[in-house]
Write a protein of this length. Structure first.
Ligand code: 13P
Length: 253
């Protein structure tokens, strides 16, 4: 089937960079003109407005790494979808394994956040992934299917194509241990199958599925060649413009 998807290379800065460091990296990234694929930079909340300003006119999307599922009100310490769009955010990472592991995010919470993001026109980048223990027990497929189904519960056929999924095996995040292109392709294909069984083949062919986990300037091209891998969610390698821009270049295919 014809590939209807444009690759997306998204940087997840996590909790890195001070204000001056962030401005310097954003300024380096603003040299990007007409990138060969879609590009997004998900900075800490504090820097989103600056990112949107510095990157305006480059075509690079700006995003957050989390958000609240509630609209507004007494939710101390939270940030809403309306607040994100008001400072220029285009997208938001939802359900990253670090948030699930350290901040108790649940599948139901992830589902609620996706719905809120969609209702505000923010593109959700929804993370799923298995632990090393799950992989070694042979339950990767079951776990990922359940995560995807719960995340997408109640999302309409019209909205599903606005969702991006990121497959991030937990054992590959920040470890330097990347999934092989075959391992990553197998799970990204499985995710597409889950979406196809629920929304039909045509919709599933329009949903972008990224790989994340120690993706870098050296291994990106091989991973991005795989038919079901539609881009990357990049942690460590998004913190240096030279590395990140090499991965963006590898997205040209
Ligand atoms: P690393 O690229 O540092 O392994 O992080 C991946 C990730 O968690 C992106 O969201």
């Amino acid at each position: 089937m014809e590939n209807k998807r444009k690759k997306l290379i998204a940087g997840n800065w996590k909790m890195n960079k001070t204000y001056d460091e962030a401005k310097a990296l954003l300024t380096e990234l603003s040299a990007v003109k007409n990138p060969p694929c879609d590009v997004a930079v998900c900075t800490p909340f504090l820097f989103i407005k600056e990112a949107a300003e510095i990157l305006s006119g480059t075509g690079v999307l700006v995003g957050a790494q989390n958000m609240c599922d509630k609209e507004s009100g007494a939710y101390t310490g939270e940030v809403s979808a309306a607040q994100l769009t008001s400072v220029g955010a285009d997208c938001v990472i939802i359900g990253h394994s670090e948030r699930r592991a350290y901040y108790g995010e649940t599948d139901a919470g992830v589902n609620a956040k996706i719905k809120t993001a969609l209702s505000h026109g923010l593109m959700p980048i929804v993370c799923v992934g298995e632990s090393l223990e799950m992989r070694e027990s042979g339950i990767t497929g079951e776990h990922i299917s359940i995560q995807v189904k719960l995340a997408l519960s109640g999302i309409s056929k019209e909205d599903i194509t606005k969702v991006t999924i990121a497959y991030e095996p937990i054992w590959a995040i920040g470890t330097g241990k990347t999934a092989t292109p075959e391992e990553a392709e197998e799970v990204c294909g499985l995710i597409r199958g889950v979406i196809s069984s629920r929304y039909g083949a045509d919709a599933s062919e329009r949903v972008r599925i990224l790989y994340g986990g120690s993706m870098n300037a050296k291994n990106a091209a091989e991973l991005l060649k795989k038919p079901d891998i539609d881009g990357g969610l990049i942690g460590g390698a998004s913190l240096k413009s030279a590395d990140f821009l090499k991965i963006v270049e590898a997205g040209k295919q």
